[in-house]
Design a protein around this ligand. Structure first.
Ligand code: G
Ligand code: G
Ligand code: MN
Ligand code: NA
Length: 253
């Protein structure tokens, strides 16, 4: 209850902060950033999403919070791109609750208009769970988002139970290979076989792959060699505050 109150207040008082983790092309240039929410508590400490997202989902606070996150992320990338020769995109994590709410598409449209961000510069990271519930309403919303031009991707891919048939029906353009597939690369045979299988499946479905959780240069080299075009992970860049990540991006181009 304490955390719920604090979360409610944090949303009202603009204490939901976004940190950003860069995502890289295989040539090492930055192509995108992922927005990651943190809550600044009343006493000033930073509370990780693992602690407050579940509460936000249970209480419905994820709806107003999710809108704030979208607004902030779109504004941040618009402002950042003003000084870049080659603009980057931003990805935002979206909870299943937001999709089931039925207002996500309208919210995204409003936020894009407000920020002036081109739709294709916004990516929404969805979880497999909500996609596999396979609800017509969700599929319709995803189709509308896709029609808007927003990029849709499946986060933590490989940890859920996506059937090929369901995946094929989804208007999704990319998957984020879960870091559990990456962590034991390149030495564990099982991980090599599993990651190659997921990559082959993505290729067969025409989906772009982003590898997450890249921590070592051996992992990076393996993944690039396996044809993965985009990478993210502590070994490349950690999530940083809004200011630090902007300086980081600017320093790269
Ligand atoms: O940043 P960190 O590794 O602590 O994130 C933990 C989890 O919280 C990740 O699964 C991430 O997708 C999720 N998360 C971070 N920010 C947001 C957000 O703005 N909305 C939602 N729904 N999930 C988020
Ligand atoms: O579930 P999702 O992919 O949205 O989770 C994003 C979270 O993963 C971020 O909060 C970030 O802190 C964490 N993360 C990003 N890169 C790495 C990494 O290389 N190793 C580990 N262990 N976590 C990472
Ligand atoms: Mn994510
Ligand atoms: Na993920």
């Amino acid at each position: 209850v304490d955390l719920e109150n604090d979360l409610h207040e944090a949303i009202l008082n603009d204490r939901i902060e976004l940190h950003y983790q860069p995502r890289f092309n295989s040539d090492g240039s930055i192509c995108s950033v992922e927005a990651l929410a943190r809550m600044r508590s009343r006493s000033g400490e930073l509370i990780p999403p693992a602690q407050f997202i579940p509460i936000a989902e249970e209480t419905g606070l994820i709806i107003p919070m999710g809108e704030q996150v979208l607004r902030k992320a779109c504004r941040w990338v618009q402002d950042t791109n003003k000084k870049l020769k080659k603009p980057i995109s931003v990805s935002v994590n979206v909870s299943g609750i937001q999709l089931l709410d039925g207002q996500l598409c309208a919210t995204v449209e409003k936020v894009l208009k407000l920020s002036g961000l081109a739709p294709e510069m916004l990516e929404l990271e969805l979880t497999e769970t909500v996609l596999m519930q396979n609800q017509d309403a969700v599929l319709q919303d995803l189709n509308k988002l896709h029609a808007l031009g927003v990029i849709l991707s499946i986060d933590d891919f490989g940890t859920g139970y996506s059937s090929l048939a369901t995946l094929h029906r989804m208007p999704v353009q990319s998957i984020k290979l879960d870091r559990s597939f990456v962590s034991d690369l390149p030495d564990k045979v099982d991980s090599v076989v599993l990651s190659r299988t997921v990559l082959a499946m993505a290729k067969a479905l025409g989906l772009k792959v982003v590898a997450e959780g890249v921590e070592t240069s051996e992992q990076r080299d393996f993944l690039i060699d396996a044809g993965v075009p985009e990478l993210q992970g502590f070994g490349l860049a950690r999530p940083m505050t809004a200011d630090d990540s902007r300086q980081f991006v600017w320093a790269q181009q």
